[in-house]
Design a protein around this ligand. Structure first.
Ligand SMILES: C[S@@+](CC[C@H](N)C(=O)[O-])C[C@H]1O[C@@H](n2cnc3c(N)ncnc32)[C@H](O)[C@@H]1O
Length: 276
């Protein structure tokens, strides 16, 4: 059992993780990093951190595994219900009227940092229920946690995890299995799950609705600013950004407008030159 790691290597690992993902380990939460490293070394049968560092800087696959292991993937269906009420009563009506004006009928949605899928599936259910006929939505859901993405793609959840799903949605969009619930194929097929590390360019463009909740909380300020700038570039001229309940752009000097709806606070990008 490895009791204690040399600070020098802990610093090397935390710098590597930060540079490769934006995830920041402060002095206070270094013990989390140490525990995850200890687990990795044990699994690989290595008893010295220097050897592991030499492996990781040469092996991109092992780096992915380590990054996955330091993420927090906690999530829930309809987490922060206010965001989903805002989606239904504010974002969808606004975007539908904007798109109609422009002669469009397609929305692009991105759930960035989707963890095990509950967030994009919740978004997909609200869109299915509340988009007018003839409107369609393309939903992209991404994460750097490969293990979480496997669960998300499978779309199977134990009974204990579906407690926040409204009953009528449960009946419509889930199939009951002996040991839990499975998302129906017709809902699943509206979402594309991709591996993507938010530290880097996504290549996505024209996103109308961007949910990135409870992700930037793990980044430090420079990494947050860089990500928010990339989001700005990926979003449509008229579009909405939803951050986590305890996250904000306060003090970040961005061009996003703060919008307080009856249900929650979100951000708007509007470079159309029109007051909307
Ligand atoms: C706490 S979960 C949030 C899940 C969901 N958005 C929610 O609010 O319920 C944070 C997710 O962000 C992901 N994440 C953290 N850093 C990331 C990065 N650099 N690129 C992509 N995903 C990242 C983690 O893997 C994790 O699944």
């Amino acid at each position: 059992m490895i009791e204690h790691f040399d600070d020098y290597y802990i610093n090397l690992f935390s710098t590597l993780i930060y540079n490769q993902s934006g995830i920041h380990f402060s002095k206070n939460n270094r013990s989390i990093l140490e525990n995850r490293l200890r687990e990795r070394l044990k699994t690989m049968g290595i008893d010295d951190i220097r050897t592991y560092y030499e492996i990781i800087i040469k092996d991109p696959e092992e780096l992915k595994v380590l990054l996955d292991s330091v993420t927090t993937n906690l999530t829930r269906f309809f987490r922060n219900t206010g965001h989903f009420q805002t989606l239904e009563h504010f974002i969808i009506p606004n975007l539908v009227s904007y798109k109609k004006e422009k002669g469009g009928s397609r929305l692009r949605v991105w759930s960035a940092g989707c963890a095990t899928g509950e967030e994009p599936y919740s978004i997909a259910m609200v869109l299915k229920e509340h988009l007018p006929p003839l409107f369609t939505a393309e939903i992209i859901a991404s994460d750097l946690s490969l293990t979480s993405l496997l669960t998300a793609r499978e779309g199977f959840y134990n009974e204990s995890r579906i407690g926040d799903v409204p009953l009528d949605y449960l009946r419509k969009y889930f199939e009951k299995k002996p040991d839990g619930y499975k998302i129906t194929d017709s809902l699943k097929n509206t979402i594309r799950f991709d591996y993507h590390n938010l530290k880097f360019e996504s290549g996505l463009k024209n996103i109308d609705i961007l949910f990135c909740r409870n992700v930037i909380i793990y980044f430090d300020e420079p990494a947050q600013k860089a990500l928010i700038n990339r989001f700005w570039e990926a979003m449509s001229p008229y579009s909405f950004l939803v951050l986590g309940h305890s996250e904000s752009l306060f003090g970040m000097n961005t061009s996003f407008e703060f919008v307080k709806t009856d249900w929650s606070c979100i951000y708007k990008k509007n470079t159309t030159g029109k007051e909307k």
